[in-house]
Design a protein around this ligand. Sequence first.
Ligand code: FAD
Length: 306
Amino acid sequence: MAAIDRAYSRLSKKLKNKTVRKFPLSRKTTLRVGGPAEIFVVVDSLEELRLTMQTVQDFGLKFFVIGRGSNLLVSDSGFNGIVIELGAGFRKIHTDGLYIQAGAATLLPALVQLAWKEGLSGLTFAVGIPGSLGGALALNAGAYSKAIGDIVADVTLYTPDCELVACHRSDLVFRYRYSSLAGRGIILEAVIKLSEGSPKSIQAEMEKNFKKRKRTQPLQHPSAGSVFKNPSGLSAGKFIEEASCKGLRIGGAEVSSKHGNFIVNLGNASAQDVYDLLKLVQKKIFDEQGILLEPEITLIGEFKDR
Ligand code: FAD
């Protein structure tokens, strides 16, 4: 029996109704593309996570943790290992004065709403970012020159060696779309520190930010947000627009005509279509400007280079 079958056999016995074989990841990504995870597990407690990670180790399998899938391009052939989703057990939230302690599976929109209701200021930049707290911390998600790393106080990690590690802000490095947490383990929870504000002015800021998104982003089609990072002090979207890439299509994937740095799924895109379009745009900008745009989206699985 192959290692993956033995791993599935163990997990499906111990984590009944939470372990799925060949689960289509297109159902878990905001781009709505992506092939199957050989094994998909939802864990709701530290014990369940421990069992899953032990299984990963015992059978020498690959794994990755998925948040809201809003920054992912998963290949059509999927992921040949275990995909772990933190379930409702990792969505607990507790407020204490200026601090919010939240499980990593908490969605940013839920945190934004809570902060507003509690009169806590500092999270309005995240309005409209559809990720989880864990995903946001792994990537240092942000907007309007602010990012989640600016407000984080503490993070709890679960390492691939099955250890719990508490990280204080001073142990962590955050830069533009970079976090030293990435690749160190599974983020389980975090404490963020906000400042006092009036719900009325917070609401006004939230509305302003949301209106801007609606005006500038193609929110009516599936996407994974910005495809490329902005080169230092410059705008990837502007380069893409100037290179006349807006509206370019491969299969069912299109460079949005509303926002050049978004690739949208018009309905029937494959992951390879999105990848080919990403590569085409990258090549055009390189040929014209000599700048190699770095993907902001996280690529999972194998793609064909044509
Ligand atoms: P996923 O996409 O599920 O995962 C991304 C990476 O994080 C993967 O490597 C994954 O393994 C890792 N990860 C996820 N959870 C954990 C965890 N618990 N522990 C360790 N690693 C983890 N991003 C911005 O920064 N700014 C924006 O303004 C913005 N706007 C967007 C608008 C739209 C319409 C969309 C679709 C996306 C946008 N994004 C934006 C991208 C995305 O929402 C963010 O990057 C978000 O933080 C990703 O979180 P996620 O939970 O979806 O992570």
